[in-house]
Design a protein around this ligand. Structure first.
Ligand code: NAD
Length: 346
């Protein structure tokens, strides 16, 4: 399973790649696609690796092959059908926008309470009275719905859709929906988007991290990140401070990091790795070095005295990845990193 943010970035990459292909572009580097998609190059490489696209980040991605890979990831084998509820201003706009657009996901039925609309064809989609919705959605096996009804009608419509078998709902209505946990709900809130845009426009476009909705991050992690942000401590000095043994020297001139991530699952490490992250792990394997290479990770600290072998050291040297080995476990090592940074600022 991947996160909804990853899926949404895939969709964005595909649209960008399709429009690049239409303008004759045949290959693209991760940093170029990243610039178009307004994400980091490491993010692009990580996302494409997650879907198993094996193009070379060094030689540039083949645009057509990349579109195909994203397609095999995003699109099911059969066409997925969608119902739209509420054929007013927005409903009309959505139907018009998607008319004959995506062969893999198609709006096949629309529902409304207005007798003037029902039994008409709107942008090629039949509009049916909402009293028939539950039966029709069930009979057609529709599992996705778009809600463009007024706020006060949204919950009832959503409940009916769920009892008819709908599993994913995109709601434009301004009211939150109370639905079973297993139902995927995406809210399209243009008002919140406009108010955020207006707020950040007043601040000159700057998005402060404090206003970035990171309220669920553990205070300890926040403190560590704020210590790192203010720290000039080079990784080699950090190694000395925590009693770790340096194995390879890393980038010439030394490296500072903005984040420390401890873990022993390659998928987690891939998610958290970046060119500003020190990875702390007891997973002393070539895979770790590959993660570091792919994500431009500047340093890895192996714990529990686990020694990297010759192949790993060679890879680290080739990629200027600093390797250190801490004699202690993950928690003790992270605690010492915290202490070293805290002392630096005391
Ligand atoms: P609208 O009044 O033009 O259309 C609503 C439609 O829903 C009407 O055709 C109405 O007959 C139908 N309807 C009402 N109750 C229903 C029910 N129980 N079942 C089925 N259909 C029902 O409104 P709109 O401007 O299209 O907005 C739709 C929703 O999207 C609203 O919740 C609105 O707040 C939200 N929204 C609209 C816009 C926009 O630009 N129009 C932007 C963002 C969000």
């Amino acid at each position: 399973m991947v996160s909804r943010k990853t899926v949404s970035r895939m969709s964005r990459y595909r649209r960008l790649l399709q429009s690049l292909r239409e303008s004759g572009v045949e290959s693209i580097y991760s940093h170029q696609l990243a610039r178009h998609a307004v994400v980091s190059a490491a993010q692009v490489r990580r996302d494409l690796m997650v879907i198993g696209y094996s193009g070379s980040p060094n030689k540039g991605y083949d645009v057509a092959a990349c579109i195909d890979s994203i397609g095999s990831f995003l699109d099911g084998t059969a066409r997925q059908e969608v119902a739209l509820v509420g054929v007013g201003n927005l409903g009309h706009a959505v139907l018009s926008h998607f008319a004959e657009k995506s062969p893999s996901v198609a709006i096949v039925a629309a529902f409304d309470v207005d007798p003037e609309l029902t039994e008409t064809l709107i942008h090629g989609v039949r509009c049916v009275d909402v009293s028939l919705m539950e039966g029709l959605v069930r009979d057609l096996g529709i599992e996705i719905a778009v809600l463009t009804v007024p706020g006060e009608a949204a919950q009832d419509a959503a409940d009916t859709l769920v009892s008819a078998g709908v599993k994913s709902i995109i709601s434009f209505a301004p009211t939150p929906l109370a639905l079973p946990n297993e139902i995927f709900v995406e809210y399209m809130d243009i008002t919140a988007a406009l108010e955020s845009a207006a707020y950040f426009a007043r601040l000159g476009g700057r998005e402060e991290s404090a206003a970035n909705g990171d309220g669920d991050i553990e205070p300890m992690v926040k403190k560590l990140e704020s210590l790192l942000a203010r720290s000039n401590m080079k990784l080699e000095d950090l190694a000395t401070n925590i009693g770790a043994r340096m194995v390879t020297a890393g980038k010439p001139g030394g490296t500072t990091v903005a984040k420390v991530y401890a873990g022993d699952r390659v998928s987690d490490l891939l998610n958290e790795a970046s060119d500003k992250t020190l990875l702390v792990s007891n997973l002393a394997s070539v895979q770790m070095l590959r993660v570091a290479e792919l994500m431009d990770v500047p340093g890895i600290c192996f714990v529990n005295g686990v020694e990297p072998d010759g192949e790993m050291i060679q890879l680290a040297e080739d990629n200027d990845t600093l390797l250190m080995v801490s004699p202690l476990g993950v928690f003790e090592t992270c605690g010492l990193i915290y202490q070293a940074l805290d002392t630096e600022h005391a």
